[in-house]
Design a protein. Structure first.
Lengths: 142, 117
């Protein structure tokens, strides 16, 4: 964080947590919370059943937490964190979604990203696209 | 869990959530009405968790205890925290996000029913 408040801040990029961003961060927050809880339960109680799926669950949880924090906070560092997290999220849901359909044996238990997030109404697939569009939209207002 | 109570909680959170989103679409922000709606949702979540605690004390057990406890705690925390955070944005998007926070309880209740068994 840079020290002091700069009066020229108004000309900077728009806050990613305002307006539509408020709704986006809320949905990200819900996913961060539920993915973290789910991964914690899976790893604590039955890690041996499907180690790969549960490690991916934990990765997804970290990605959602980073995206939520990055979008909710303002400043270039937060924007960078959000951009990286949302990009990883999009790649993750596409790769894991594809593998889970091609090699279902590797995924005896579902992760958030299995079947492109079909267990969650495909929200995990739509969310990163909206996230990237929103990050671009708020940057263009600079 | 009691099925009838769970369905009532789902209906209450759906109605309140959709109503708040409707207000947001109409660009209205009646704070007193929003507070009543959101408190109703939180009361529904609280009643549901208290009933589940009574059932557990009387010897019933959820099929997936750890997951159920996670959802139960989330159902108490997520709607109010989400709604307060949402309403701190003064735009209609903030109002709409508070409606989504109410809808979260209906999703969580469906999942609680599933993991209860």
């Amino acid at each position: 964080m840079e020290g002091g408040t700069s009066p020229g801040r108004r000309s900077g990029p728009a806050r990613t947590s305002s307006g539509p961003g408020r709704l986006l961060v809320l949905v990200y927050g819900v996913f961060a919370l539920s993915a973290t809880a789910r991964a914690a339960v899976q790893i604590a109680t039955k890690f041996d059943e499907a180690p790969l799926a549960y490690v991916l669950s934990a990765l997804a949880a970290v990605v959602y937490v980073c995206a939520t924090v990055g979008l909710a906070r303002s400043g270039p560092g937060a924007r960078r964190l959000a951009t990286v997290a949302v990009t990883v999220e999009l790649i993750g849901v596409l790769v894991v979604g594809t593998i889970s359909l091609a090699q279902p044996d590797d995924f005896p238990d579902a992760t958030v990203w299995s079947g492109y997030g079909e267990g969650y109404g495909f929200v995990p697939l739509v969310l990163p696209v909206l996230g990237l569009l929103w990050l671009r939209h708020t940057r263009e207002r600079a | 869990m009691i099925d009838g109570l769970a369905y009532a909680v789902i209906v209450v959170s759906l109605v309140v959530g959709v109503a708040i989103i409707g207000l947001a679409v109409a660009d209205r922000r009646p704070l007193t009405l929003l507070a009543y709606g959101l408190v109703t949702v939180e009361a529904a979540a609280l009643i549901q968790v208290l009933v589940a605690i009574v059932q557990v004390v009387r010897g019933e057990r959820p099929d997936e205890p750890a997951t159920f406890v996670g959802y139960a705690l989330t159902s108490l925390l997520a709607p109010p925290v989400g709604a307060l955070w949402a309403l701190s944005d003064k735009s209609k998007w903030g109002t709409g996000a508070a409606g989504v926070a109410a809808l979260v309880l209906s999703v969580l209740t469906v999942r609680m029913l599933q993991v209860w068994g």
